[in-house]
Design a binder for this molecule. Structure first.
Ligand SMILES: Nc1ncnc2c1ncn2[C@@H]1O[C@H](COP(=O)(O)OP(=O)(O)OP(=O)(O)O)[C@@H](O)[C@H]1O
Ligand SMILES: [Mg+2]
Length: 270
């Protein structure tokens, strides 16, 4: 279970660059649930995920993972509880290390064991099995540097790495946005498979309204650092891609209205 209570975060407070990224977010996600997060650029989606994994200190509010108050925990201390995959396929893995070494690093996340024993024997067989299921022939590339693989192949492995230790929370931040359509489909298929198998509470950010309409059991729309819409159950299942596109346009219009209002204020001071 994941709970956020009155979470607030302002970047660069008191300066000309002040940004209120999270303006009081309350959210409770059930264990094993799969929530899709949408919202316009700058609405606070990535900051929300940053608050969960401990990327920065909150100004206010609390974060609970499985009932444990992790608000004061630094990112590395939360690492065994929270897995995260970013948009950039090159962000989550060490390019010079082999596929096997990257998987070994991921499987000792939050632990203190050395890599060497993990690289031998049973673990390799287990990884071969996991990689074979992806269907990209990666099971034969355990000893290749991961930097040689394509974006889609790397993102598939990053996803596997993030779920390897069965974290309580899995955060996916537009993790298919940088991939070609075929690779994106493949990674989404793998996502669905891994989320179904795991007991992780999953929060997936996407700009694809098709993904938002078809995936997950709950949909949260962020707008200006707040939860704008939150639907689940039958209501979520009934949501269609055109309806979500309309909602998105509405949120964009609201963003523009803000700009227009700012411009009006500016002209008064000219
Ligand atoms: N480290 C930071 N320092 C300063 N400002 C930041 C920082 N991180 C985010 N912001 C600002 O906070 C606001 C929310 O950003 P965030 O990255 O959460 O948006 P987002 O919804 O993920 O947008 P996108 O769809 O473009 O990824 C933005 O205005 C952004 O510029
Ligand atoms: Mg973002």
């Amino acid at each position: 279970m994941l709970r956020l209570e009155s979470v607030r975060k302002t970047f660069n407070p008191g300066t000309a660059n002040e940004v209120r990224a999270l303006a009081g977010v309350n959210l409770t996600l059930e264990p094993g649930s799969f929530t899709v997060v949408i919202g316009t650029n700058g609405s606070g989606k990535s900051t929300l995920q940053g608050a969960i994994c401990g990327a920065f200190e909150l100004d206010q509010g609390r974060v609970f993972v499985d009932g444990i108050d992790v608000t004061g925990w630094r990112e590395h201390r939360r690492a065994h509880l929270v897995g995260r995959v970013f948009q950039d396929p090159f962000a989550g893995t060490a390019p010079d290390l082999t596929v096997a070494e990257n998987l070994a690093l991921a499987s000792k996340r939050g632990g203190t064991r050395t890599l060497a024993p993990l690289l031998r024997g049973a673990r390799r067989a287990e990884w071969r099995g996991l990689l074979a299921r992806i269907g990209l022939g990666l099971e034969d590339r355990l000893d290749d540097p991961i930097g040689l693989l394509s974006g889609g192949q790397r993102q598939s492995i990053t996803l596997l790495m993030a779920t390897l230790t069965n974290p309580k929370v899995l955060l996916l931040d537009e993790h298919t946005a940088a991939l070609d359509p075929r690779s994106a489909e493949l990674v989404i298929g793998l996502t669905v498979q891994l989320v179904e198998q795991s007991s992780s509470t999953t929060l997936m950010v996407t700009h694809s309204m098709r993904q938002a309409a078809t995936l997950g059991d709950r949909l949260v729309a962020m707008h200006r650092g707040r939860v704008y819409l939150d639907v689940s159950g039958p209501e979520k299942r009934r949501l269609t891609e055109p309806e979500l596109l309309a909602l998105f346009s509405q949120m964009r219009r609201d963003d523009r209205f803000d700009e227009a209002a700012c411009e009006l204020v500016r002209t008064q001071y000219r």
